[in-house]
Design a protein around this ligand. Sequence first.
Ligand code: FAD
Length: 352
Amino acid sequence: MPTVAIVGAGVAGLGAAYRLRETDAEVIVFERRESVGGRAATRRRNGCTVDVGANYCKDGDDRVARLLREELSDGLVEADGPVWTFDADGEISEGRGDDGSKWTYREGLAALGDRLRAASDAAVRTGTEVTGLARDGDRWRVETRDVGGSVDGDGDGATVRADAVVLTPPGPTTADLLADSELGDDGLRSTLVEAASAVPYRTILSVALGYGDRIEAPYYALVNADKGHDLGWVAREECKPGHVPDGESVLVVQPAPEWSRRRYDDTDDELAAAAAERAADLLDDTARERFDWAEVVRWREALPDAGADREALDRGADAGLFFAGDWVVGEGRLHAALASGLDAGDRVDADR
Ligand SMILES: Cc1cc2nc3c(=O)[nH]c(=O)nc-3n(C[C@H](O)[C@H](O)[C@H](O)COP(=O)(O)OP(=O)(O)OC[C@H]3O[C@@H](n4cnc5c(N)ncnc54)[C@H](O)[C@@H]3O)c2cc1C
């Protein structure tokens, strides 16, 4: 039985694992964090459920939409209300033409990772970082390091042998991993490292602000259309069924990439205060400067700004190396990342 090692348990990695569930391959997914889902991340705080990475999943890919509506539909809910826009001066206007489905789960978007994990039947080793790959005959040695309380890992420094490897961390992280690997072909390694490292990423901070009263507004979220404002996105988490108790509100404030990069190392308190001040100004509601609690999450590699050179990445296939993730397809969206994982599963299956 062939073994497939998947690096990363975001939706791309778990999508590949899900696609391979009915094959005879033994699939092992390595995830350095303690939880799965990657940037589909949810925090719980003061009785609230908050999507602090991706805000929702769109129905932009037929295969993904079907999967969500059918096998992964348990607890699936839609954010209620439209997305409106604002400009550099904070002028709010109605509509942006993005009125398709905006899916999340009652327990938050991280449940998408949990559902995929459960449906995939793969062995998922959380708290386990892949530190390098080494060619071993026509197989791969996957070197790992225990970075936390691994659920079913082998402990420190375990090595797993695999016939194929699917790499899904963001491009620059994948490039670092390949640079530390022995692929047995220096030309291939430099081609792959170059392709993965060339993908530029935007940095985005995500600040959740909790309030003991309900914010009334005709929209679910506001997006900055002209990219000229300090804030990129402000959403009302209470528009998602089951996320916020009645009579309360949670604003998810995501500053623009430039602001996020500049203030990345500020303290959580400073970031929360600054985000609340900007949000209050935008909503023209000074009460929003005083929040009850805040959660700050920093995403250094938040969204790819371009796609990778696919032809270059495809050169890994002959050696059993495959790639998936939003950076591979050049679209920083959950449905695109998940579709890319399913496609990688197709290619691994066809290659055997
Ligand atoms: C702030 C923000 C807002 C967003 N908003 C939206 C939105 O509203 N709608 C939407 O569709 N998309 C949105 N996105 C984009 C979406 O979240 C991503 O496109 C998608 O989650 C990418 O999935 P992925 O599997 O490719 O990568 P990831 O989710 O990044 O998964 C990669 C995984 O690899 C793991 N990993 C990395 N290195 C290693 C290693 N060496 N060993 C083991 N594991 C490793 C990481 O921990 C991670 O779990 C947003 C993203 C951010 C950050």
